[in-house]
Design a protein. Structure first.
Length: 92
């Protein structure tokens, strides 16, 4: 059985190894465009990470760890939280 990697261990890895691990063991969730970047959101173990890819240079520039509130803020328009808020809680 493979052990889960923790976010603090993941942060200590080189960017090359972080990307490799996300591609191999992570699950791609969503993506977005920000300025010149294609930003891809992955989940791995119990944390979220974004890969920031700059297509013009064909280069991954950084990997950023996010918490759940950041994911909800950045990807709200893609996951449709506003569409389901009326379904949460008791009906009136």
């Amino acid at each position: 059985m493979l052990r889960k990697v923790k976010s603090d261990e993941f942060q200590k890895l080189t960017i090359y190894r972080q990307v490799e691990m996300l591609f191999e063991k992570g699950q791609h969730v969503l993506n977005r465009i920000y300025l010149f970047y294609n930003v891809h959101l992955y989940t791995l173990s119990d944390f979220y990470a974004e890969i920031w890819y700059r297509q013009v240079d064909n280069k991954i520039e950084r990997v950023v760890l996010l918490d759940e509130s950041d994911v909800l803020d950045l990807y709200d328009n893609q996951i449709g939280l506003s569409d389901i808020t009326g379904c949460i809680g008791p009906k009136e």
